[in-house]
Design a protein around this ligand. Sequence first.
Ligand code: ADP
Ligand code: MG
Length: 345
Amino acid sequence: MSNNKEQTSISELGEFGLIERITKDIQLKNRSTIRGVGDDAAILEYREKQIVVSSDLLTEGVHFNLMYVPLKHLGYKSVIVNLSDIYAMNAVPKQITVNIALSGKFSVESVDELYYGIHLACKKYGVDLVGGDTTSSLTGLTISVTVLREIEKDAAVLRSGAKPNDLLCVTGDLGGAYMGLQLLERENEVYKVNPDSQPQLIGYGYILERQLKPEARKDIVEAFKKMDIKPTSMIDISDGLSSEILHLCKNSKVGCNLFEEKIPMDEQTKQMAEELNINPLVAALNGGEDYELLFTISLTDYEKIKNDPDFTIIGHIAEVSEGVNLVTAAGSEIQLEAQGWNHGK
Ligand code: ADP
Ligand code: MG
């Protein structure tokens, strides 16, 4: 948070001055946004569409550590995390609201940084910031983002539609955000002991970006439309592959076989895992925060995706009686669990 610029206390500006400052440059992009910031409430107009609302709440010390997370990255990520939930419904988010609670240690300039990231994410993903609330806090920063999404009637893809024989697919690669976090934590520990040390981050740009500046897969929702694919079920990977697969299977009342060898991982993820003596599979299965999409498609759609580098087929859906299994590289079957896996089988 510290920088060389002069810091202005928030009380100097006052709540209304601060709101004015963080919202004055907003340019509304979506037709469905009739009125944004500035009145008692925003006004939105959705004709013949369905609207669903989703929120996330992030608190300092629990969800983020400002020792190594720059505020603009935090602002960006707070928005991305929410948008990702909407893309996981095969839907396009259009508006967000942002609530913040700030303790005394935050200056006007630090709020500027936070909003720099928020506005950047809104711009990149075509979302309007239409309101929020600003208040003070005794215990650091709390930030809550709410997203409104519009969905064509019956276009939403739920967690509950997977059928036996469907293919289980994932976008991008997994485990990177977790290994990026491990690296940041390690360097933070070194820094606490020796504040003059320089962090050793070179060569790990990709996994650091996966942790600090994740992206949501808007492109995938667009690709589905173009390829005329409607997944049978979908979820975003916020908590790790294991727990998301279990959610899909539970909601769809099916079993599944996941193939260890197929799980896509970046070289840096594997390299960092080796350096820290962590099994990279653990990072992919339990790490989380990758914000990739996990989905199932029916076998008839296989031809459409088989050569697309954005997608990896990692397994297939089975009858519920078969259970939810990880098939290891050696060919043995292990029952998947939300955290770790059970070696008992
Ligand atoms: P109220 O007193 O009705 O809560 P506020 O003075 O808090 O109104 O808010 C004034 C306007 O500024 C409203 O349109 C509100 O949605 C918007 N606003 C307040 N805080 C934020 C924020 N942190 N981010 C974006 N918009 C905000
Ligand atoms: Mg208010």
